[in-house]
Design a protein around this ligand. Structure first.
Ligand code: FAD
Ligand code: FES
Length: 512
């Protein structure tokens, strides 16, 4: 093809092939767009330079191969996985595919088109079927989006008891509490137009009961809904404190957007707040409230926060980080009562110590929101046990915090955003007779601007191999049990963890 022909196809001469190293991601501007090029042997792929989820620079992610040998590009921030050949979405957190662009190799140079490939529309399937999704959070919305992306052409109804459009719950403890009551809103997962265009019917009502035998759901407004395929995706609810005074006004848990609105509106910057529990959400809330100037005391039954999840050294560093920013810890302490007459005035500890506070927040973990569901096999906390296809009974699926997945002899309950999405996607694919592999669970936490990412099934560990600088929050930690690696955590190693998220075993074999 002549140079003028290439011009007519709106192709741009971007770089010499020799300058692209196989396996590396390079960023370029093509016709004013940010594009990344990935060379895999003699093939070169061009994809959008920014992740469709929150605009992460894909150049900082990773290119690698799955255990099955497929080339994928992974987002550095929340580990969305895309097929390198056409940008199609393989794993969340993103809900959309990455745009891909035409590439031509001419005389040792790489030419890239500025108009993205048109994505083919999947063949319409299952027109006469109805999918009923109970719950509209990470798992529910991802299931609905996946069904439409895969060509499901039947009806989709999604039930949520929340008043607004489905939103990003993880933002509640990352940014939302920084706003006041009127601006304390989490980003919507999709705008209203999306649900209209894709004919996804959202019912704002509370589920009263669901019978898996008849696949019939009854809402508290007495409406009855039937699904050919039903996904239970009602998530979880905060575990109750169960101490005297826990019902008093001024005692909150942060779980829903409405909680964030109330907390943001009521807590003033010069207030003193006591947080009971030093789990991930409790510590994120401590970090946000301190950034507003609120005085924060954390009451924790242990001395080192998150030691069970992250190990001793990282737990100690996190506690230091909080203390450097003015958070006070009352360690090895048990709250036995919330005292106050009309409203909460403080927390009483088992040794009789009283900690006065304007507000009390508690984070004692969550329990599955499975109460309205009748029957089905459960774990000891009531989570619905599903197989690797997310199926709990014929035509009945469960995904996200409400579910526990059986793998061989073991049953895992994972309460993470990305995993709930992956399970929602898996359930949708199962409803369409497709199969896929569930990724290894990954989650992140952000406290005082420091991000830690964790990959693993939440297994116990007996030792930790550390590499890097914990003080500077630039480290990789490998968690070992009986000499075998069971999890990896890291800060400042986004690209490495992106590779690990795709194939942990291969990553561990490469890492010294
Ligand atoms: C403040 C906060 C911060 C978090 N941060 C992180 C993080 O940084 N990283 C991470 O990996 N995970 C994080 N998580 C956990 C993560 O949000 C959950 O694991 C994830 O949302 C689970 O998804 P899900 O779809 O199962 O449930 P959800 O996203 O909770 O959605 C369940 C939906 O079902 C609805 N519902 C429940 N019961 C009924 C009913 N009876 N009738 C009608 N509707 C009902 C709920 O209103 C909700 O909309 C955080 C959780 C919280 C609360
Ligand atoms: S920015 Fe890429 S998955 Fe979030």
């Amino acid at each position: 093809m002549s140079g003028s022909g290439i011009q007519a196809m709106k192709l741009h001469d971007v770089v010499a092939l020799d300058e692209l190293e196989s396996g590396k991601i390079r960023s370029f501007s093509v016709g004013g767009r940010s594009v990344v090029l990935v060379r895999d042997g003699e093939a070169v792929y061009a994809l959008a330079g920014r992740c469709p989820h929150k605009d992460a620079p894909m150049e900082q992610g990773a290119f690698c191969h799955t255990a099955e040998g497929a080339g994928v590009i992974v987002c550095p921030w929340h580990k969305a996985v895309f097929d390198v050949a056409d940008g199609s979405l393989k794993e969340p957190v993103a809900l959309d595919s990455l745009q891909s662009f035409p590439v031509e190799l001419r005389d040792g140079r790489v030419w890239v088109g500025e108009v993205p490939h048109k994505r083919s529309v999947p063949e319409a399937k299952q027109q006469n079927e109805h999918v009923l999704i109970l719950g509209a959070g990470a798992a529910g919305v991802t299931a609905a989006v996946t069904l439409r992306q895969e060509g499901f052409a039947g009806t989709i109804t999604m039930v949520t008891e929340e008043k607004d459009l489905p939103y990003d719950r993880t933002a509640l403890s990352k940014t939302v509490l920084l706003g006041d009551g009127s601006s304390a809103r989490a980003p919507a997962l999709r705008d209203e137009n999306y649900y209209q265009v894709h004919d996804i019917h959202i019912v704002h009502a509370c589920l009263r009961s669901f019978d898996p035998m008849t696949k019939m759901a009854t809402l508290t407004n007495d409406v009855e809904l039937f699904g050919d395929h039903v996904l239970i995706a009602t998530g979880s609810v905060p575990r109750a404190l169960n101490i005297p005074g826990d019902h008093l006004e001024g005692v909150f848990a942060l779980h829903r957007e409405h909680d964030a609105e109330v907390i943001a509106a009521r807590v003033q910057d010069d207030h003193a707040v006591t947080i009971i529990g030093a789990g991930f959400v409790g510590l994120e809330v401590a970090s946000l409230l301190r950034q507003r100037g609120v005085g924060v005391t954390v009451v924790t039954p242990t001395n080192i926060p998150l030691e069970r999840h992250l190990g001793r050294e990282i737990g100690i560093r996190l506690r230091q980080l909080h203390e450097e920013n003015g958070v006070a810890f009352v360690s090895d302490a048990h709250a036995v009562k919330i005292y106050g007459e009309q409203r909460a005035e403080g927390v009483e500890l088992s040794d009789g110590m009283r900690l006065p506070a304007a507000f009390i927040l508690f984070g004692a973990g969550v329990v599955p929101a499975s109460e309205p569901v009748m029957g089905l096999e459960r774990d000891d906390e009531g989570a619905i046990i599903v197989d690797e296809r997310m199926q709990a009974a014929p035509g009945v699926y469960a995904a996200g915090d409400v579910s526990a997945t059986r793998y061989g002899e073991k049953v895992y309950r994972i309460e993470h955003w990305r995993h709930a999405q992956a399970q929602g996607r898996q359930a949708a694919l199962s409803m369409m007779g497709k199969t896929s592999r569930l990724p290894m669970p990954w989650f992140w936490t952000q406290q005082f601007g420091k991000k830690i990412e964790v990959l693993g099934w939440g297994e116990a560990f007996d030792s930790v191999r550390l590499k890097g600088d914990i003080r500077g929050f630039h480290f990789l930690a490998t968690y070992m049990q009986g000499g075998k690696a069971v999890a990896v955590a890291g800060a400042g190693y986004a690209a490495e963890l992106a590779r690990a998220a795709v194939d942990l075993e291969a990553f561990l074999n490469e890492e010294p």
